[in-house]
Design a protein around this ligand. Structure first.
Ligand SMILES: O=C[C@H](O)[C@H](O)COP(=O)(O)O
Ligand SMILES: C=C(OP(=O)(O)O)C(=O)O
Ligand SMILES: [Mn+2]
Length: 462
């Protein structure tokens, strides 16, 4: 992340946020997917703590990201957004975080090299701790308990104690986000992301076809760097990289308590992450989530599923991006491979005709979830790739820019999605399925996807 934001950090004030007009309007609007905290005192104390803790991100960084996303909306950059479906407190370790960051860096290199286009790197990381669920409850062997809603709300263990909604977890989520972000900043600014380590990022991952292909690409990059160095170029820009943090803005009490006023501009910023998105389940026009996110200056996203109409999209633009500011609003479509070619064109056409310039991103995960015959929530790699292909085809057909990709992935060698070049089968789920919510692409499947997308992106950016 850029280093020149100390000033805005000092200026981000909590005092002003307490009375800022409109920031609490959401409280009187319909709201869904919120916890029922079991202890009011713990809840009040947690919100008080969060309100006085330092911001996790700074307004200046958020503004930089808005600028980068504006470039993507104009076809001059590509957004790569990836990470766990649900981060957990236990997995916030150096090894797990570095594997994920490395995988995103590797995917970004593949995309940048293949398409000659800047790639904006963004983790579903350092705050992705709250989950919307289809059902409030989960039943196992005749026992029914509250559903797991992310580590910010309750525990994954299937016991009544663990599944109770405990507001002290809000504060733990903040601190876990802070330490995750600290490590990400150290990695991406402190030498780990130096492009001269392009080979090194591949170390420690299992040998597989994508690994081998990556090695050969890394060799080409090495040669190009050595050539440029021999020509006397100083590669300061290659030594570090920007990396942004994002999560679904689901628990509005948490988001509101971390909202601060930037005294440079007097505008409110959600400081829990650089980029926040509204989920498919909470994007109703007159809902609390849409209202709250309409009032912060961060770039924001909205997930759009297959039932979204062109009018829904236009109304969301009017509410969330009334000034039609490129970079402000990202539509993350998650139609499903079977629907995208049929449903996406009308949506994109309507938005384009309205003159709005949103950033279009594909989430090829959430419309392609199935249950495996042996009972695991999974996705077929081929369906995921098919949705990405459909996304590129639709945009190519309309002359619009396919500006990014949003994936649930990890740097670990898990078995959660079926298929890939070194195919994962359902038997592997028995020993290597680790996700507490949705299935993620493993390291190799993530790299493989980057290789498949880089060709399509090269064509789109020509
Ligand atoms: O990540 C997205 C949702 O939280 C998740 O897909 C919901 O899953 P469920 O249908 O098992 O509740
Ligand atoms: C909840 C999620 O997705 P969606 O809102 O698209 O279902 C998610 O991204 O984890
Ligand atoms: Mn998910």
């Amino acid at each position: 992340m850029p280093n020149n934001f100390i000033d805005s950090a000092a200026r981000l004030g909590q005092a002003g946020a307490a009375n800022y007009p409109g920031l609490d309007a959401w409280r009187s609007l319909p709201i869904s997917q919120q916890p029922s905290w079991q202890d009011e005192d713990v809840y009040q104390a947690s919100i008080k703590d969060l309100s006085s803790l330092p911001p996790l991100v700074f307004a200046g960084e958020v503004d930089v990201l808005r600028g980068r996303l504006a470039e993507a909306a104009q076809g001059k950059a590509f957004l790569l957004q990836g990470g766990d479906c649900a981060e957990t407190f236990d997995a916030a370790t150096a090894d797990r975080i570095s594997a994920r960051v490395r995988t995103i860096l590797q995917m970004a290199v593949v995309l940048t090299y293949g398409a000659s286009l800047p790639v904006i790197k963004m983790g579903r990381m350092a705050g992705q701790f709250a989950k919307p669920r289809s059902s409030n409850e989960e039943t196992r062997d005749g026992v029914t308990l509250p559903a797991y809603r992310g580590d910010m709300v309750n525990g994954y263990d299937f016991t009544p104690e663990s599944r109770g909604h405990d507001a002290s977890r809000l504060v733990k989520a903040y601190h876990t986000s802070a330490s995750t972000l600290n490590l990400i900043r150290a990695f991406t600014q402190g030498g780990f992301a130096d492009l001269r380590l392009v080979h090194h990022w591949n170390k420690g991952f299992t040998q597989n076809p994508a690994h081998a292909r990556y090695e050969s690409l890394a060799g080409e990059i090495d040669r190009a760097i050595r050539f440029m160095e021999a020509c006397g170029s100083d590669f300061e820009a290659l030594k570090r990289t920007e990396f942004f943090a994002s999560h679904e803005a689901l628990l509005l009490d948490y988001e509101r308590a971390l909202t601060r006023i930037d005294s440079r501009t007097g505008n409110p910023y959600a400081t829990s992450g650089h980029f926040l998105w509204i989920g498919e389940r909470t994007r109703q026009l007159d809902s609390a989530h849409v209202d709250f996110l309409s009032r912060v200056r961060n770039p924001i996203g909205v997930k759009l599923g297959p039932t979204t109409s062109g009018d829904d999209a236009l109304r969301l633009i009017d509410k969330l991006d009334p000034n039609r500011e490129p970079g402000r609003l990202t539509f993350i479509t998650r139609m499903g491979a079977a629907n995208i070619r049929e449903k996406l064109p009308a949506l994109v056409q309507k938005v384009t005709d309205s003159g709005a310039q949103v950033l279009w991103v594909t989430d090829p995960m959430h419309g392609n979830t199935v249950t495996s015959p042996n009972g695991y929530k999974t996705r077929r790699f081929d369906d995921v790739i098919d949705e990405v292909r459909g996304f590129f085809e639709v945009h190519q057909g309309l002359g619009t820019f396919p500006g990014g990709m949003h994936v649930e992935m990890t740097g670990d060698d898990v078995a959660e999605c079926l298929g890939g070049a070194d195919p994962v089968d359902q038997e592997a789920f028995l020993t290597r399925y680790e996700s507490v919510c949705d299935p993620r692409l493993n390291h190799m499947q993530s790299l493989e996807m980057a290789f498949l997308v880089s060709g399509a992106l090269a064509q789109a950016s020509r």
